[in-house]
Design a protein around this ligand. Structure first.
Ligand SMILES: Nc1nc2c(c(=O)[nH]1)N[C@H]1C(S)=C(S)[C@@H](COP(=O)(O)OP(=O)(O)OC[C@H]3O[C@@H](n4cnc5c(=O)[nH]c(N)nc54)[C@H](O)[C@@H]3O)O[C@H]1N2
Ligand SMILES: Nc1nc2c(c(=O)[nH]1)N[C@H]1C(S)=C(S)[C@@H](COP(=O)(O)OP(=O)(O)OC[C@H]3O[C@@H](n4cnc5c(=O)[nH]c(N)nc54)[C@H](O)[C@@H]3O)O[C@H]1N2
Ligand code: SF4
Ligand SMILES: [Mo]
Length: 681
């Protein structure tokens, strides 16, 4: 295999490792062993050389003076951030002797891994770590923080995480961006939409609670009350049926339950739907007629919808719409929630669940880390965090921090930086960046799998996730070959012998040769979906069995106290979740943490644009700069970005977010919390 690491200078292919649907092809410019520039790969069939501003500034992060270079041991009180450097030997010895002691006293379930996709590489994020924790018998983590509720909702309707091929959306005539801030979070879908707009007069409709950069680019922006999108979709179905805009032939051939659905949506008349959603009756008609008449139409279903109490049902409901018009049959028509099922590799071979002896091992939902650390009996006595920054990204942040501050909790954090979570650690381990590792990446939007060959040497003494878990396994005395496998071997096991028909032509050797390869969509058939009936399920027997209503339905948000505003703390343009929030370059691009509110509410509260305001509820408080206008409806406030608290700046939005679980899959409900807001005196 070629090695880019040994070359001191050159331009090398790469892939973006961040948790972003676009998964761009990159080219890395290297001089004297250092990365000097990161650009888009013009040859990448989907991303075509364009990348976001965040990653164009990646070198600022890679060589930030605060990047960790050695393991660290805490010397001050927890959370104070006072550490001294130690050797890897000492770090591994300390962990292993502490863990052996804990296992003797309390069993292995006293140890909890906490991780997410800070680096989307499959070996890094769900490879040797899973093998190790399975073999250890540690408590399990349910990784629910991102997209689980919507994925399950979508699957009830469509069977799996499969939708339209984004490369075909160059043909699309109507783009409905529904609960997605695509300009910031899926920029290439927006690029394609704009091209289609220029070339074939395509229209872009955005349905959102915030007129942000995506709404401002739309041909038509439709503001909606948070958590009411299922009602809007049901109102559209009501009109589609009553105005005979449905495709009966398609419904007969490809769906189950349309007769029940037709009956069911009679109650969602436009007046009722308007009173729930805040969307004017005329606009509901206009949107529905547009959707019923323009083909091909694509609904890009975003994550914003499913960070609500009722998010699973909302996505389940919206996913029914393309079946009513038969939009799936037109090239570029249908919907994209996630396309990850096209690229499912052999996860069992990679993660080796068979190494977990006790199949009854307890599992913690990652959205309730605070509870896990504070209210569990028997307690969690050790936490190993990697690829995630829960002190910032997890809801009920004050509870999380109280848990992390426990003196009897032995915490290890493996990261590139001394994150806010790492400040609470007993031991901190330095992590390599993705450009230092071998790995493979599978997009959840486009259909390509891509390889990352290491481009540079590990930074300082940093080590990759796979290397750290190999070292821990050895020190624990685990003898299984599975815990010794090299990255090449891990990749071969994951990629070769895939049982996924869309993936069967892809293996390690071919990927090394081609750098990126596309899933083969040919076996996909709307008549052979992964639902119980094989068809699109407008009525779902399975949902009934699982305790839901079998038909798509509007379920109101849970009660969350009686404070006046629904608070939507979304991500921002220049950070990626909390990644980049600690890098000066990206902070400067983003300027400051703001909260958007409607001018009517501002007037009533005596708040003016630019005022410092306090935002609070019973869970916590924040201080942000008010942005007053008409970008949000009255009764809604929106912040952008997962900022950390800084000296003199309390801006940790997740201090306010509830840790209730969504209706499906134990998903997060970041956007279903209530707050009050007032001017700081
Ligand atoms: N620049 C940037 N890109 C990112 C990320 C980032 O932090 N920054 N994060 C990455 C990750 S991990 C993910 S999961 C994705 C998330 O990216 P998206 O799928 O875009 O999801 P969000 O940004 O959470 O929310 C999308 C939109 O939903 C709106 N929204 C909230 N509640 C509702 C509602 O009830 N109804 C409607 N119609 N709209 C609502 C919000 O105002 C927001 O504009 O982006 C990825 N890409
Ligand atoms: N209020 C609010 N909260 C949210 C969201 C929201 O919209 N609003 N979005 C939620 C969503 S969708 C998501 S996906 C989560 C994301 O939450 P996280 O997964 O925690 O994402 P990041 O904040 O990007 O943190 C990733 C960390 O991994 C580290 N890292 C990167 N590469 C590696 C590596 O190779 N090895 C190791 N060991 N570490 C590495 C990075 O330096 C960074 O500190 O946040 C959730 N939190
Ligand atoms: S963060 Fe997203 S848009 Fe930016 S380079 Fe990475 S994959 Fe591309
Ligand atoms: Mo996410």
């Amino acid at each position: 295999m070629q090695s880019y690491v040994t070359e001191k200078d050159g331009v090398f292919p790469s892939v973006c490792s961040l948790d972003c649907p676009d998964q761009c092809g990159l080219v890395i410019h290297k001089k004297e062993g250092k990365i000097v520039k990161v650009e888009g790969d013009p040859n990448h069939p989907v991303t075509q050389g364009n990348i976001c501003n965040k990653v164009r500034n990646m070198t600022e992060r890679l060589y930030d003076s605060n990047r960790l270079t050695t393991p660290l041991k805490r010397i001050g009180p927890k959370g104070s951030g006072t550490f001294i450097p130690i050797s890897w030997d000492e770090a591994i010895d300390t962990i292993v002797s502490k863990w052996k002691e804990l296992i003797d006293q309390h069993g292995p379930e006293a140890i909890l891994p906490y991780s997410f996709y800070g680096n989307m590489g499959n070996l890094t994020a769900e490879g040797m770590d899973r093998r190790f924790f399975h073999r250890l018998g540690a408590s399990q983590l349910d990784r629910t923080i991102c997209s689980v509720a919507g994925s399950i909702g979508y699957q009830y309707t469509m069977g799996s995480s499969m939708g339209t091929d984004p490369e075909e959306t160059t043909n699309t005539k109507l783009f409905v961006m529904w609960g997605i801030n695509a300009v910031s979070t899926n920029m290439h879908q927006m690029t394609i939409a704009q091209k289609a707009r220029k070339q074939n007069g395509a229209k872009i409709v955005v349905i959102d609670v915030h007129k942000n950069q995506t709404g401002r680019m739309a041909d038509w922006f439709i503001p909606i009350r948070p958590g009411t999108d299922a009602a809007l979709a049901l109102g559209m179905m009501h009109i589609l049926f009553s105005e005979k805009l449905v495709n009966r032939e398609f419904l007969n051939e490809y769906t189950v339950g349309y007769k029940e659905l037709e009956e069911h949506v009679r109650q969602y008349d436009p007046e009722t739907v308007s009173s729930i959603t805040g969307v004017p009756v005329d606009d509901i008609y206009k949107l529905t007629r547009m959707y019923g008449e323009v083909s091909p139409s694509l609904i890009r279903i975003g994550n914003g919808l499913q960070h609500h109490d009722n998010g699973g049902m909302i996505v389940r409901t919206i996913a029914c719409l393309p079946a009513l018009t038969g939009a799936w049959l037109a090239k570029g028509g249908g919907a994209i929630k996630s396309n990850s099922s096209f690229l499912t590799y052999n996860t069992t071979a990679l993660q080796r669940p068979d190494l977990l002896e006790n199949k009854q091992t307890r599992t913690f939902n990652m959205n309730q880390l605070g509870k896990a650390l504070l209210d569990t009996d028997p307690p969690v006595y050790s936490l190993f965090v990697y690829g995630s920054n829960p002190a910032i990204v997890a809801p009920e942040a004050n509870k999380v921090r109280k848990g992390l501050a426990r003196e009897d909790l032995f915490t290890i954090v493996h990261d590139l930086f001394l994150t806010e979570t790492a400040e609470y650690a007993d031991l901190v381990l330095p992590a390599t960046s993705a450009f230092e590792n071998l790995d493979f990446y599978t997009s959840y939007w486009h259909h390509y799998v891509q390889i990352q060959q290491p481009v540079i040497q590990p930074y300082g003494e940093s080590k990759s996730n796979t290397e750290v878990f190999r070292l821990l396994a050895k020190a624990m005395g685990f003898e299984e070959q599975a815990l010794k496998d090299t990255d090449e071997q891990l990749m071969q096991q994951a990629l070769n012998h895939s049982t996924n028909p869309y993936f069967s032509h892809i293996n390690y050797e071919s990927l090394v040769e081609h750098n990126y390869m596309k899933a083969n969509r040919t076996p996909y058939s709307l008549k052979n979906l992964n639902t119980p009936s094989g068809k699109i399920e407008l009525y779902s027997q399975q949902m009934k069995k699982d305790g839901y209503l079998g038909l798509p339905t509007h379920v109101p948000l849970e009660e969350d106290g009686d404070l006046p505003f629904l608070f939507i703390p979304g991500p921002n343009h220049n950070f990626l979740n909390s990644t980049f929030s600690n890098n000066e370059k990206h902070q400067n691009l983003e300027k400051q943490a703001k909260i958007h509110l409607n001018e009517i509410d501002a007037l009533e509260l005596g708040i003016e644009d630019g005022d410092l305001v306090r935002v609070w509820n019973e869970r916590g408080e924040c201080e942000m700069i008010a942005s007053v206008g008409t970008n949000v409806l009255s009764g809604v406030v929106v912040s952008q970005g997962l900022w950390a608290d800084m000296p003199g700046k309390k801006q940790l939005v997740n201090a306010l977010a509830p840790d209730r679980l969504a209706d499906m899959g134990g998903g997060a409900t970041f956007f279903s919390g209530r707050v009050n807001i007032g001017k700081m005196s």
